[in-house]
Write a protein that binds this ligand. Structure first.
Ligand SMILES: [Mg+2]
Length: 188
C-alpha cells in the first residue's frame, strides 16, 4: 500500500522545538503546559507576542528550527517497518522550495526511509490534495486542519496526527506512531 506523510508536526516535533528555541532566544521561561494548551499552530501566543512579532521571530529562527527538530517517538521506527514490509512511503511537505534539498537530507540523517521519487516538497497547503490524488495514495497523515479538510471526500484513508489545535476534527487519529503498525496489520 501507499502511505503519505506530511513532515512538520506530523513526523517531526517542530512546534515544540520552535517553542524551546524562542524561550531561549527571548530569555524567557514560559512553561511547557502553556505551549501544550495552545489552540493555534503558530506558537507566539505563548509569549504574548503579536502575529507580526511572531512572524519575525519565526523567520529569524526558521532554519534552526527546521533542522534541529526531532522526530516524534516511534515515527522513524514505524516508517522503516512499513518500508521493510514492502509498502511505499511518500513524503508531502509544503516547506518552501529553497528548503527541499536540505529537508530531504534531514529525513535521511534522522533514519527515515526516503526512496527515489517519493519526496514531494514546495507546494502550497491546498495543492497537497492534487499530488496525493495523482500519487494514488491509500493513506495520508497530516496535522493541519486546513489540509485535512481539503482531503474530505477523497477515497483514501485520512488520519490526523493528534495535536492541541486539531482536536475538533472528527477523523481517525494517531497519538503515537506505533499505533499505525496495528492499524496496518488489522487491515490484512
Ligand atoms: Mg504539518
Amino acid at each position: 500500500m501507499k502511505f503519505g506523510f506530511d513532515i512538520d508536526d506530523t513526523l517531526l516535533n517542530l512546534r515544540e522545538r520552535a517553542f524551546t528555541i524562542f524561550n531561549a532566544k527571548l530569555n524567557r521561561n514560559v512553561d511547557i503546559e502553556t505551549f501544550r494548551s495552545l489552540r493555534t499552530i503558530p506558537v507566539h501566543d505563548a509569549f504574548g507576542l503579536s502575529p507580526e512579532e511572531g512572524r519575525k521571530l519565526w523567520n529569524l529562527h526558521r532554519e534552526e528550527v527546521f533542522y534541529s527538530a526531532s522526530p516524534f517517538e516511534e515515527a522513524v521506527e514505524t516508517l522503516v517497518e512499513l518500508d521493510r514490509q514492502g509498502h511505499e512511503v511518500y513524503y508531502v511537505t509544503a516547506r518552501e522550495a529553497e528548503h527541499c534539498g536540505k529537508t530531504r537530507d534531514m529525513l535521511i540523517r534522522n533514519g527515515f526511509p526516503v526512496r527515489e521519487g517519493r519526496f514531494y516538497c514546495g507546494m502550497a497547503d491546498l495543492e497537497k490534495a492534487r499530488i496525493i490524488d495523482e500519487l494514488g495514495l491509500d493513506y495520508f497523515f497530516d496535522d493541519k486542519p486546513v489540509v485535512l479538510e481539503s482531503l474530505a471526500g477523497m477515497k483514501l484513508k485520512v488520519y490526523v496526527r493528534d495535536n492541541s489545535y486539531n482536536r475538533h476534527l472528527d477523523l481517525p487519529r494517531i497519538v503515537n506512531w506505533s499505533e499505525l503498525l496495528d492499524i496496518v496489520s488489522k487491515e490484512k
